[in-house]
Write a protein that binds this ligand. Structure first.
Ligand code: GLC
Length: 561
């Protein structure tokens, strides 16, 4: 039976704005794995520069770079030893400045990653703190504590590191005897800063200014929810799920005191012209807690990890979309949407596996199903109001590489969790640019993680200009997103009545045609009256006069002329 998709049932306000970040599509570059200009097997800044035309042609508005600062690479650069220096493996400061300039020349904004929760254990301050010993002023900039027990042999509290094992490591005194413990919410090579200390606050203001003065358009703030810990560092009630999406309270994350820092950063960013922004990586337990980071006097965006963690399920998706829009509307912040990043199994692989496995998956699952759903999920995401994040390679439909040899893996969580977790290397494999050649065009000297042979056909070269390719679907979607007047408003989504498992929403505009998005999550084809002219689909859709058939796991975009 052919069904009408009904009328909109959820009203929302509609507004146009001139703030670029409210609707921006932001592309995440993982510098190790994007493009390698010097042929050492590791991506670098000149490589990224050389590929900026690709990003411009893809149609994104901004690029976010994961860290490329001086670092011993204990956590792939999220262990920074000098926040103002470029690690030689990625290039030079001049390369970074040229990258900013080139990005701007291509009409792209550029956002850097700032890592304020912790530094590297090789950072000058931490090295001094170790040398200068208990009671020294330098130790106050970190969380050093005496241990519990008769000889201080037990850690100061029961916190677990996100990467597994205790969140405390015991130091040795200069004379070789066992000394104090220091806190690290991540690897032992990543000591946490004490943000109660004014020197820490001043130093990060100075680091932000350093890069802002050099022209960056903003910062992605690593572990934004971690900087302030509960006073007195009390024991956690139970072993915490430190990433918090399900926990309701943790003494180590999402403390109210953290917001004072972002209010200060808001003022700092406002001192600069050009709408510089701060984006919170904050894994908060609810959307309402996430929204706290983007109150009008705080940061501009926060990643929507609740959306990222949602299975391919109609009810769950509709719920998380509504929850997001409601929470963000309350603080006048844009919703953000993200499906993949450098910390989670790529969505083409997540959706290839049964639901409920979380975001660290080591099984390839059904690749065809995963790609079909990933494409449908992408068109759903890019049709939603607000800002969207794309992780390098998802526009090629790349799956995770689930069968990396264990000895190739570098994720510190993998070894700390004894191979039971920490499969993040699978989404960090260098991306294929060409159908042949060394490392498929990534560079002239191989790649730091092995690429599967099957990636030739997923390369940019293989997909460019092929109308049914995933790359061309992304390019079309981003072009339409930019051009369709109904997709320009930040908050104009209205759900339409639809049978279970089918999502239908409309976005309208005073200035032109309305836009409708239809998503089929029923597992079977659905037939309905087309809500307009077909614009774009994630898979073949049959449209005849008065009837459309949407296959399972498919999304279609329509316009009412
Ligand atoms: C963030 C980063 C992740 C890193 C961790 C510690 O979650 O995205 O890659 O390991 O912080 O800095």
């Amino acid at each position: 039976m052919t069904e009408s998709l009904g009328t909109p049932v959820l009203a929302a306000s509609s507004s146009r704005c001139a703030e670029w970040w409210r609707e921006a599509v932001i592309y995440q570059v993982y510098p190790r794995s994007f493009a390698d200009a010097n042929g050492d097997g590791m991506g670098d800044l000149p490589g990224i520069r050389s590929r900026l035309p690709y990003l411009r042609d893809l149609g994104v508005d901004a690029v976010w770079l994961s860290p490329f600062y001086a670092s011993p690479q204990a956590d792939a650069g999220y262990d920074v030893s000098d926040y103002r220096a470029v690690d030689p493996m990625f290039g030079t400061l001049d390369d970074a400045l040229a990258l900013i300039e080139d990005a701007h020349a291509h009409g792209l904004r550029i956002i850097f990653d700032i890592v304020p929760n912790h530094c590297s254990d090789q950072h000058e301050w931490f090295q001094r703190a170790l040398r200068e010993g208990p009671g020294s002023r330098m130790r106050e900039r970190f969380h050093f504590r005496d241990g519990k027990g008769a000889d201080g042999e037990e850690p100061p509290n029961n916190w677990e590191s996100v990467f597994g094992g205790p969140a405390w490591t015991r130091t040795k005194n200069p004379d070789g005897t066992a000394g104090q413990w220091y806190l690290h919410l991540f690897a032992p090579e990543q000591p946490d800063f004490n943000w109660d200390h004014p020197a820490v606050r001043d130093e990060f203001s100075s680091v932000l200014r350093f890069w802002l003065d050099h022209g960056v358009d903003g910062f992605r703030i690593d572990v934004a929810h971690g900087l302030v810990k509960a006073a007195g560092l009390p024991d956690a009630g139970s072993i915490e799920h430190t990433r918090l999406l399900e926990a309701h309270f943790s003494p180590s994350f999402d403390q109210d005191g953290v917001h004072e820092i972002y209010r200060a950063w808001h003022h700092l960013l406002n001192e600069y012209d050009g709408q510089r922004i701060g984006v919170a990586e904050a894994w908060a337990p609810t959307q309402q807690r996430t929204a706290n980071y983007v109150r009008p006097d705080e940061l501009h965006q926060a990643f929507n990890f609740h959306y990222l963690a949602t299975d391919w399920n109609g009810d769950a998706l509709r719920h998380v979309i509504d929850d997001t829009l409601t929470a963000m509307r309350a603080v006048h912040a844009p919703a953000t949407w993200v499906l993949s990043n450098h910390d989670v199994t790529r969505h083409a692989t997540r959706f290839a596996n049964p639901p409920g496995l979380g975001t660290q998956i080591r099984t390839a699952g059904d690749r065809d199903l995963g790609l079909r759903r990933a494409r449908a999920a992408t068109l759903l995401m890019l049709a939603l109001p607000g800002s969207a994040y794309i992780y390098q390679g998802e526009e090629l439909g790349l799956p995770d590489v689930t069968d990396l040899p264990d000895e190739a893996r570098q994720d510190p969580a993998y070894s700390r969790a004894a191979g039971q977790d920490g499969f993040r290397d699978g989404c960090r494999v260098p991306i294929p640019w060409t159908v042949s050649g060394s490392s498929y065009g990534f560079g002239a000297g191989g790649s730091w993680l092995p690429q599967p042979n099957s990636w030739a056909e997923l390369s940019v070269e293989a997909q460019y200009g092929q109308s049914d390719s995933t790359l061309e679907m992304y390019r079309s979607a981003l072009g339409l997103r930019r051009d369709h007047p109904a997709l320009e408003s930040a908050d104009n989504l209205r759900w339409c009545d639809s049978p279970p498992g089918i999502l239908v929403f409309e976005r309208s505009s005073d200035e032109g045609p309305a836009f409708t998005c239809t998503v089929n999550l029923t597992g079977a084809p659905v037939t309905f009256i087309p809500p307009g002219r077909l614009l774009l689909t994630s898979t073949q859709v049959q449209v005849t006069v008065g009837q459309a058939v949407l296959p399972p796991d498919a999304t279609a975009w329509w316009t009412t002329d």
